[in-house]
Design a protein around this ligand. Structure first.
Ligand code: HEM
Length: 408
């Protein structure tokens, strides 16, 4: 991560509520061989329900950190006080337009969700199931036939997730590596790579929009061009904001979830055997792995001064609701650090909570479950390859690199 100075702590923050913690800079958050950033984030449960972290965004801003799952729900369900309008993507270019629906607030947010929900409904995802399974089998067969080791992220998780996602967008995957590179630069790049990637993605989406306007086909962008909100077509900026979000949202989230899941199973051969022997256990196991290894930090902006149980949140303050923190809350989950692949009633927040609940969660869940089913069916007992160490990292979106498995 680029070295940025923390902005000064605002004067209204009581000094005793300034915490020495950050999802970017605390131990375990920088790229760490054999790291466990989700467990590292959970140290905040030893502290107060809310505190101020002076450096908790990529650009060095401070945020309030809400540590209890119940309090996070209060924030996420109150968009009037805690807005999603932040223009994270556009601000990398010094611009100010929202990714849609992620950075919209009610009532506009609901209109776009109503438009987009049917595209990723459980029924639509069921229709994609055959393609999802075929793709997983194809990639894993290729891995199995070429040796007894692979880099899961490069050889399976990314090509799998991105292929399915591009199929949903109506795009072929001949430019898959290029797309993964753009997403990587955007999410994890430095001050030069991020704006450059943002510009490239915008140019790609604008170009695709122009092509589909000229020659509509049965795909997502053609759908957006024909769609109406309040009886009018979408503006060019709305089409761009929606296209950019859908492009970015599914690129590395599913891959990271599969990576963290296989990293856990590689280190726990008995659990691996249990799932391999009885694949009907994979559904619950996938939920538990999503609970224990979620990847997204949500940020909201206070729209007014709020007294949060005596803590003075001021208009304009950033408020962080990190899924990795909520999912390890001992008040919500018994033995939160224990990974119980048969855990029931698992009300985790990996896909968020409230109006912005992940639009792609049904697709993501299917990909993870099918990916694990096909992997365990085809690959015998696997472990981390000796002499290698997967590198994990924190930030806005947690991830894992260099996950080299071996089943020789
Ligand atoms: C394991 C994979 C995934 C995880 C953990 C995940 C997580 C999340 C989270 C936490 C949010 C809420 C963000 C916020 O409120 O600030 C969100 C929103 C969203 N996600 Fe996902 N996501 C995943 C996969 C996907 C996929 C595959 C797609 C698209 C096909 C997708 C599309 C979206 C969209 C469009 C939103 C915005 C929803 C709204 O604002 O109403 N996600 N996701």
């Amino acid at each position: 991560m680029e070295a940025l100075a923390a902005k000064p702590v605002p004067p209204h923050v009581p000094p005793h509520l300034v915490g020495d913690f950050s999802l970017f800079t605390s131990p375990g958050m920088a790229p760490t061989p054999n790291g466990d950033p989700q467990a590292a984030a959970a140290v905040v449960h030893d502290g107060p329900p809310i505190f101020y972290s002076p450096f908790n965004t990529r650009d060095g801003r401070g945020t309030w950190v809400i540590t209890r799952a119940q309090d996070q729900r209060r924030v996420l369900q109150d968009p009037e006080s805690f807005s999603s309008h932040r223009s994270i993507f556009a601000s990398a270019l010094g611009e100010n337009w929202p990714m849609i629906p992620l950075e919209l607030d009610p009532p506009d947010h609901g209109k776009f969700r109503t438009l987009l929900n049917p595209l990723l409904s459980p029924r639509r995802v069921m229709a994609l199931e055959t393609a999802v399974r075929e793709r997983a089998s194809f990639l894993i067969d290729r891995i199995a036939s070429s040796g007894t080791s692979c880099d899961v992220m490069k050889d399976f998780a990314f090509p799998f997730a991105v292929n399915i996602f591009l199929r949903f967008l109506g795009l072929s995957d001949d430019r898959l590596d290029e797309f993964v590179g753009w997403a990587n630069d955007l999410l994890h790049g430095d001050n030069v790579q991020r704006p450059a990637a943002a510009r490239t993605i915008i140019a790609f989406i604008d170009d695709l929009t122009a092509q589909r306007r000229a020659e509509p086909v049965d795909d997502f962008m053609s759908f957006l061009i024909k769609a109406e909100i309040d009886g009018r077509p979408l503006t060019d900026l709305e089409i761009r904001g929606t296209g950019v979000l859908l492009f970015v949202a599914g690129l590395d989230t599913v891959a990271a979830a599969i990576g963290f899941a296989l990293n856990y199973l590689a280190r726990n051969p008995q659990e691996q055997e249990l799932l391999r022997g009885d694949p009907s256990r994979i559904l619950l196991a996938a939920e538990e792995l999503l609970r224990a290894y979620p990847t997204v930090q949500m940020i909201r902006v206070a729209t007014r001064d709020v007294d949060f149980d005596g803590v003075p949140i001021r208009k304009g303050d950033y408020v962080s609701c990190a899924t990795m923190i909520a999912n390890r809350d001992p008040a919500e989950f018994s033995c939160p650090h224990m990974i119980d692949l048969a855990r029931e009633d698992n009300r985790h927040t990996a896909f968020a909570y409230g109006p912005h609940r992940c639009l792609g969660s049904h697709l993501a869940r299917r990909e993870i479950v099918v990916g694990l089913e096909e992997w365990l069916k085809r690959i015998p007992s696997f472990r981390i390859k000796q002499g290698t160490a997967p590198v994990t990292y924190g930030g806005h979106v947690f991830g894992i690199e260099n996950l080299i498995l071996d089943w020789s």
